[in-house]
Ligand binder design. Structure first.
Ligand SMILES: Nc1ncnc2c1ncn2[C@@H]1O[C@H](COP(=O)(O)OP(=O)(O)OP(=O)(O)O)[C@@H](O)[C@H]1O
Length: 217
């Protein structure tokens, strides 16, 4: 994968400028935490990255997760690879999943602590369980780049570590919008701080402490 670049991007809602102009270059193998207070523009920036880079194999884990409530956990995770299978294969899987897909997806659910919910409809899960299903779907998708919007916001300490470890292991190149600054510093190489729609901080994670990020809030 070549480095990914956005140059002088802006985002407006009506007459209101909410982001930019700003430029970002992302190197292969770089994990970036996007931090900043609520409304700073993190989701807007992730959306722009997704639009610009989606042809390069991007997995998106949106804040609202985008699960299908009536479908089982298995089928929601299976959807991560929907575009790579034939319509016939996908339809057959809906009725009766193939053994090889179960053998791929179950260990992933085990890793994220939700294997017991494999055949439960995702609409019947808690918020933290649904967030783990969305993480499993993003991991199952595979690709060059992960864009994740607050991927562990509904999880407690140990589970948020488990999910962050799984996501960053699956995707060496990633941009993760996060509110937990300690977690952001531990699992990323670079921190980009957004304030009022512009880049207020861009530094290697190892050079920062939590207090350096708290000024953004
Ligand atoms: N659909 C929309 N219509 C109008 N304004 C919007 C819309 N979506 C976002 N905004 C505005 O754009 C700005 C940036 O929003 P954005 O969702 O990108 O922030 P964020 O940093 O991701 O916030 P959070 O941490 O709460 O998710 C905010 O001021 C918000 O009110």
């Amino acid at each position: 994968m070549d480095s990914l670049a956005l140059t002088d991007i802006v985002a407006d809602y009506g007459t209101q400028r909410v982001l930019g102009p700003l430029s970002i270059t992302l190197a292969p193998g770089e994990r970036v935490a996007l931090v900043g207070k609520s409304g700073a523009g993190k989701s807007t920036l992730l959306g722009i990255m997704h639009r610009h880079w989606q042809r390069q194999g991007v997995a998106l884990m949106p804040q609202e997760l985008g699960l299908v409530p009536s479908l089982s956990v298995f089928h929601n995770v299976f959807m991560g690879r929907l575009a790579r299978r034939s319509a016939w294969y996908n339809l057959a899987s809906l009725v009766r999943p193939f053994r090889r897909d179960v053998a791929t997806i179950l260990p992933l659910l085990e890793q994220l602590g939700i294997a017991d919910k494999c055949w439960t409809a995702s609409g019947e899960l808690s918020g933290g369980q649904r967030q783990r299903v969305a993480a499993a779907r993003a991991i199952h998708q595979q690709g060059e780049l992960l864009l994740a919007d607050e991927p562990v916001s509904a999880l407690d300490g140990p589970l948020s570590e488990t999910v962050m470890a799984a996501l960053t292991e699956a995707y060496p190149t990633a941009v993760l919008a996060m509110h937990d600054v300690e977690l952001a510093l531990r699992y990323t190489d670079r921190v980009i701080g957004i304030a009022d729609g512009t880049i207020a901080l861009d530094a290697p994670s190892h050079a920062l402490g939590p207090q350096d990020l708290r000024v953004l809030y």
